[in-house]
Ligand binder design. Structure first.
Ligand code: LMR
Length: 401
């Protein structure tokens, strides 16, 4: 029956984890998937999450189905976290929001909604490069995927001129996907002044901004600072779409906690949009899982747990920053590795876009048991005091060939 089914390639990110697991060398390091690890290289359950789980357990909740759009108290708090209590759509009650199967699920609901209901265009512009899964995800939603320039290889920084030119050249009404903070894979974000310029172009060209906010808190250590772009666009009067993930900032990866929202013109429009979100979700997975949303909500609804959580997010962000410095210092000062490595220090969020070429990343996996995506992206969180020097030495060897 399936003799005509061709074998597909492994996933460019999750496939790395499979290769890593199959490697038996004790020195192996997985810098592929963006998942936080502690100083011992172990998965990290945030203490605030542990407390929240206790609160949930003590409340002995039932296991009934959630509504199609999820746990209402959670989505209300998720919207507050992203938009801020002062945002006009929050005050006016015009945010249409649904719980989602983490960030990917949020993006997919958004893609499906736009493909069906956005009148102006089917084209969605993604930064080049972008998170690998954005491309098949939006394509499978029925949108037409295009790219805008983002990364400048020569400066290993933002190609702001290219970005502006490409958005200006996009057809009026096109959708533009923006990474709200901690751009994946490059670790390079626009400055607040650059965001303001992007907002102006989006307005001028009547583009539709769709924010992917998978790392709120991870870029600067502050959830408020990291929401700057989203809040600026909303304050400028844009209607936006927003995908939120709690995988990284709460470490709830496998619990699949996220939210998708759209700001609407008025409560009546919101009610119509709400109804269509339900029509999209019901045949896909009926309604979302309970447990993770309850954990996230316990954190977001208690001021005490909330501040504990914020300091734990900052702790993760700070540990990553210390690893950036360490890698930079060992490569530049100790090993005098050929090349310029300042970007490892200046990039932000979970990833560093090292500039290593695919032949080098292949050699690193085969010879040094160091795994990363083929584009040279490394998840900084996979490094710690115990493996960072081995990592830098392995990079040095790969660069020298
Ligand atoms: C990543 O980019 O590594 C993460 O967003 C995990 C994933 O699902 O790809």
């Amino acid at each position: 029956t399936w003799s005509n089914v061709p074998a597909g390639p492994p996933d460019p990110i999750l496939g790395i984890t499979e290769a890593f697991k199959a490697d038996k060398d004790p020195r192996k390091i997985n810098l592929g998937v963006g998942a936080y690890r502690d100083e011992q290289g172990k998965p990290y359950i945030l203490p605030s999450v542990k407390k929240a789980e206790e609160i949930v357990r003590e409340s002995a909740p039932d296991k009934e189905y959630l509504p199609i759009t999820g746990l209402g108290s959670f989505t209300k708090n998720a919207a507050l976290l992203a938009y801020g209590s002062d945002a006009a759509p929050i005050k006016e009650g015009t945010v249409s929001i649904t719980q989602s199967i983490s960030g990917t699920g949020a993006l997919r609901i958004g893609g499906e909604f736009l493909a069906r209901h956005y009148p102006a265009s089917k084209a969605i512009y993604l930064p080049v490069p972008t998170w690998g899964n954005h491309i098949p995800l939006f394509r499978d939603s029925g949108l037409e995927v295009r790219g805008y320039r983002y990364f400048n290889k020569d400066t290993v920084g933002l190609d702001f001129e290219g970005l502006k030119a490409d958005l200006k050249a996009a057809p009026e009404g096109a959708i533009v996907l923006l990474h709200a903070c901690a751009h994946n894979p490059t670790g390079i974000d626009p400055t607040p002044a650059q965001w303001a310029e992007i907002s102006d172009i989006v307005k001028e060209k009547k583009l539709f901004p769709f924010f992917d906010m998978a790392y709120q808190g991870f870029a600067s250590g502050s959830t408020v600072k990291d929401a700057f772009a989203v809040r600026h666009f909303v304050a400028q009067g844009h209607q936006i779409a927003l995908a939120q993930s709690f995988a990284k900032n709460m470490g709830l990866y496998g619990e699949r906690v996220g939210a998708f929202s759209l700001t609407t013109a008025d409560p009546e429009e919101k009610a119509r949009v709400d109804s269509q979100l339900k029509i999209i979700i019901r045949p896909m997975y009926s309604n979302p899982p309970l447990h993770g949303a309850r954990i996230a909500n316990a954190i977001l609804s208690s001021s005490e747990l909330y501040s504990q959580w914020e300091s734990e997010v900052k702790g993760m962000a700070d540990r990553i920053i210390s690893m950036r410095e360490k890698v930079y210092n060992v490569l530049t000062h100790d090993l005098k590795t050929p090349g310029e490595w300042g970007h490892i220090k200046s990039q932000i969020g979970m990833f560093s876009y090292t500039g290593l070429q695919s032949a080098q990343t292949k050699a690193l996996a085969e010879k040094a048991h160091v795994y990363m995506t083929a584009d040279g992206r490394i998840s900084m969180a996979g490094l710690n005091g115990g493996n960072v020097e081995y990592f830098a030495e392995s990079v040095d060897a790969a660069v020298r060939g």
